[in-house]
Design a protein around this ligand. Structure first.
Ligand code: SAM
Ligand code: SF4
Length: 324
């Protein structure tokens, strides 16, 4: 098991397998159209698998594929199959769901264990606006198909934004009563230069609104670590989770590192330090050398992030290439 300088066990790797996206969510894409990388600047399938193999030997048990939009990768099914074959017990993927209907069965058959779908609203026009052209119906039928394929329980990621979609938080919570879905409210993080704290609807407020309409939320304990604080409504089939990166620090329990679409290890989402793997790999680095770079990343992982400091208003440069 790999531990960092602060004795945190790091067993979770999130890999952004593309910086490209078919959508352009208002809170994710940078203010200006982001620079997109050329195909040969992004990790190949073989490189992703090599990184996963070294990371697994380093103590990583959980891998999440993200992006950009990971289902844009033509080799996504081979990647899922290859990562499972490398002996990763817990493989998950985060998607905007637009291509899920067509891919859900193959993903399940290739060995995908879990799925998160980003879904910020259940209103078609609003969905189009938030995502820059997404079709809600395609996403919801993709989710249904994923459930039929056995990729259940699906986690739905919702970023409540004041005045945009925060009037739907109770509706989303209500969804968990009848369906075994896991609805997760993620606090809006500063990934755009015009980020405004007032737009971020904090978890405490979301919880208050849900409890006022639907009754008390019962705290639930789950095995495994992670930033989500989980609850259930009385008698509900599903779960309500809060990821409160802005209002609560969970750095003391952080178990993850990221690899960006261009092959850089990012020890902390909120810190710009990155360690390049791509150039060394392409220059013939051995697995031992890649392992040394992972160790270096572990040793540079900071103790905490700057989000608590209101004077420091740096934003995450590009959520879509780091992977959120
Ligand atoms: N394209 C995929 C999707 O949308 O699910 C995967 C990549 S996306 C960057 C991963 C997650 O990051 C999504 O659930 C998205 O809602 C979240 N995200 C992006 N920008 C965010 C922000 N500023 N604050 C909080 N979450 C954000
Ligand atoms: Fe694309 Fe996902 Fe970012 Fe939306 S949240 S722009 S779907 S990467």
């Amino acid at each position: 098991m790999a531990k960092d300088r602060f004795k945190r066990e790091i067993d979770y790797l999130r890999i952004s397998i593309t910086d490209k996206c078919n959508l352009g969510c208002t809170y994710c894409m940078p203010h200006m159209k982001p620079k997109t990388f050329k195909t040969n600047e992004v990790l190949t399938g073989e490189e992703v698998l090599r990184i996963v193999r070294v990371a697994r030997d380093f103590g990583v048990h959980k891998v999440r594929l993200t992006g950009g939009e990971p289902l844009l990768r033509e080799d996504i099914i081979d990647l899922v199959r290859g990562i499972k074959a490398a002996g990763v017990p817990d493989l998950s993927l985060t998607t905007n769901g637009m291509f899920l209907g067509a891919r859900a069965r193959e993903l399940k058959e290739a060995g995908l264990d879990r799925l998160n779908v980003s879904l910020d609203t259940m209103r078609p026009e609003r969905f189009k606006k938030i995502t820059g052209g997404g079709e809600l119906e395609r996403v919801t039928s993709g989710i249904d198909e994923a459930e039929r394929a056995g990729l259940s329980p699906i986690k739905l990621n919702i970023v409540p934004i004041r005045g945009i979609n925060d009037d739907e938080v109770v509706e989303f919570a209500r969804m968990t009563v009848e369906r075994p879905v896991h609805v997760r409210f993620i606090e809006l993080m500063p990934s755009r230069r015009d980020w405004d704290d007032k737009k971020c609807v904090k978890s405490a407020e979301v919880q208050e609104r849900i409890e006022a309409e639907l009754g008390k939320l019962e705290k639930r304990q789950f095995k495994g670590r992670g930033p989500s604080r989980n609850f259930t409504l009385d008698g509900a089939k599903g779960i309500i989770g809060f990821i409160s990166a802005v209002s609560h620090s969970f750095c003391y329990d952080c178990n993850r590192m990221r690899v960006t679409a261009v092959g850089k290890i990012r020890p902390c989402l909120f810190n710009k330090t990155e360690i390049d793997l791509l150039a060394p790999m392409r220059e013939g680095a051995s697995d031992k050398e890649i392992r040394r770079l992972f160790k270096l990343a572990l040793d540079t992982k900071p103790e905490g992030n700057y989000l608590k400091d209101p004077k420091d208003n740096k934003s995450i440069d590009s959520m879509s290439s780091i992977g959120g």
